[in-house]
Design a protein around this ligand. Structure first.
Ligand code: PRP
Length: 537
């Protein structure tokens, strides 16, 4: 074992890094104290069950677990709000509400390997416990704006959404829980076209017009008007307007935007939800919302609202990363590159440099403010996820294999069409045995999820290429692989027995870039749509 390396997701902080972090923490803790908030510090280790009780949506696999001497399962604190709710319901039980608390702590989350994520996230945040209504929301959002004003001098904005809006609209469509979750994921991931397609059977229903556009309703206060035009007035929209007007009166109007498609952690948040974006930072720097049910879970029902700032993202974040005002698009090298060039040219973009790339990897278009970066498919996702590219074109196969999608998947570009299929050697009956079947694949996550959904326990073996060899050589009973024309399967005596998922090229967008470069990105999306229309002619 290499004991001189730090565990993945952790780092030693030296000198300027410490100074930047301490300076930003100092700015925020000073601000919170000025606003009447008192510091609270909870243990770094908590019982695992605490987080089950809270209904907190942090996935089990993201929590760092420890077993104590008596065999109890503990976790390194994955968030600060739940322990604070525990304290509010115990040690602070007799203290009158509202309570204003702030923290300056580290939270621990274990991310996927080699993705550049951090397992130790220093956070500064506030919780305003026992206060509901617009006044409390104005207070929390105003403190959030002042916090970012102090630590993001390069410019920022805070966007507001409402957890109740999606729930109320979805409730009108008599969908199963699974369908609501599918729709929520489409809204959250800004799958513009796929959401409209998903809701097509509900056309004509009152909620259809607004729901099908929900993921596109982000920007200035005008989006509230647009939403009202689609469905008339709704209490959640009127509430957001009231909140905005109060924030404007308080002098923070210029920092406020809206995203009616903010539908993350929908069972946890109960009212306004908000996120902060800073120029040049590829992920939200602040996240918060109203969570009126959490304290009740610990026996002290009371409304509450709070937010946390990711201090690693804001500390020393002064550099403006705008790529000289140009968009940066990561293109999957090879066939998708050629097809995307065709599409962009149909929309009038001169792609000559990308057509003759030589060994160069970055190419500037001459008649459109865009730089194209040529990369391998999984790297396209990595670059977009980290915000070093604003947009990417990548196959759905790579997205499905990656699993999590911390980016927006805005368009199905319609080319690169193929499918994932389960295939076996001709003449074999895959299901005719109790033996655990062995599956060879280049896509172990896709295969695992497919068999999990069927309730089948299989053994998965990762193969790097020409996976068809595995059943021929009797290493595996079947393969899960991409089938396009079917020629490779046929020529190797294999037949597809089940479809796993359709695949095609997708346009993906970094979440922060979508908000910070909205006009430019929507223009590029429109160009892609124009290209798609023209390619049909
Ligand atoms: C893909 C896939 C199949 C083949 C399917 O492989 O893994 O082998 O294409 O195409 P078809 O249905 O049109 O025959 P790829 O060409 O990427 O090579 P690899 O297997 O070596 O990765």
């Amino acid at each position: 074992m290499n004991v001189i390396a730090t565990p993945e997701g952790t780092q030693d902080r030296l000198f300027a890094q410490c100074r930047d972090l301490r300076k930003a923490q100092g700015e925020l803790t000073r601000l919170f104290r000025q606003k009447g908030y008192e510091e609270i510090s909870t243990p770094e280790v908590e019982f695992y069950d605490l987080f089950l009780r809270s209904g907190n949506p942090i996935p089990q696999e993201s929590m760092l677990k420890i077993v104590d001497r008596s065999g109890k399962l503990m976790v390194m604190r994955p968030d600060c709000t739940t322990p604070i709710a525990r304290v509010a319901a115990t040690k602070l039980k007799l203290s009158p509400l509202p309570q204003r608390l702030y923290y300056n702590e580290t939270v621990f989350r274990s991310g996927a390997a080699h993705r550049g994520g951090s397992s130790e996230i220093p956070q500064c945040g506030i919780e305003l416990l026992g206060a509901g209504g617009v006044e409390a929301d104005v207070e929390a959002v105003s403190v959030a704006a002042e916090a970012l004003l102090a630590v993001c001098p390069q410019g920022f904005h805070i966007e507001l959404g409402h957890a109740g809006l999606f729930r109320a609209l979805a409730g009108q469509l008599e969908m199963s829980e699974g369908q609501v979750e599918e729709m929520r994921a489409l809204v959250e991931g800004k799958h513009f076209a796929a959401l409209e397609e998903f809701l097509r059977p509900y056309e004509g229903r009152a909620a259809y017009a607004l729901l099908s556009r929900l993921s596109q309703l982000f920007g200035g206060v005008e989006v509230l008007g647009e939403a009202e035009k689609l469905m008339g007035s709704r209490p959640e929209l009127s509430y957001l307007r009231k909140l905005y007007e109060a924030l404007e009166r308080g002098g923070c109007g210029e920092y406020i935007r809206f995203d009616l498609g903010l539908v993350h952690q929908i069972d946890y948040y109960t009212g306004v939800v908000f996120r902060g974006y800073a120029r040049g930072v590829g992920a939200p720097v602040l996240s918060g919302g109203r969570y009126d049910n959490l304290l009740g879970a610990f026996g002290r029902p009371a409304p509450a609202i709070g937010f946390a700032v990711d201090m690693d993202l804001v500390a020393g974040s002064t550099a403006e990363q705008t790529y000289g005002g140009r968009l940066r698009l990561a293109l999957t090298k090879g066939r998708l590159q050629d097809k995307t060039v065709e599409l962009m040219e149909l929309a009038g973009l001169d792609c000559t440099p990308v057509k003759e790339p030589g060994r160069r990897l970055v190419h500037s278009l001459s008649n459109y403010p865009l730089d194209a970066v040529l990369a391998k498919a999984p790297d396209v996702i990595t670059y977009v996820e980290h915000g070093v590219c604003d947009l990417g074109v990548v196959g759905k196969d790579t997205i499905l294999e990656r699993g999590e999608s911390p980016f927006y998947e805005v368009l199905d570009l319609g080319y690169g069409k193929c499918r994932f299929a389960l295939a076996v050697k001709e003449g074999t009956d895959f299901y005719d045995t109790y033996r655990t079947r062995r599956i060879a694949t280049k896509y172990p996550n896709v295969a695992r999820r497919f068999f999990e959904s069927k309730g089948m326990d299989v053994e998965i073996i990762k193969i790097e290429g020409s996976v068809e060899l595995a059943p021929i050589l009797k290493l595996a009973d079947a393969i899960v692989d991409i089938v396009e024309t079917g020629a490779t399967l046929r020529e190797n005596g294999l037949i597809p027995i089940e479809d796993v998922a359709p695949v095609s090229a997708r346009l993906i967008v970094n979440t922060a870039a979508m908000k910070l470069k909205k006009t430019e990105i929507l223009d590029f999306i429109e160009k892609c749509q124009t290209g798609m229309e023209r390619s049909k002619c």
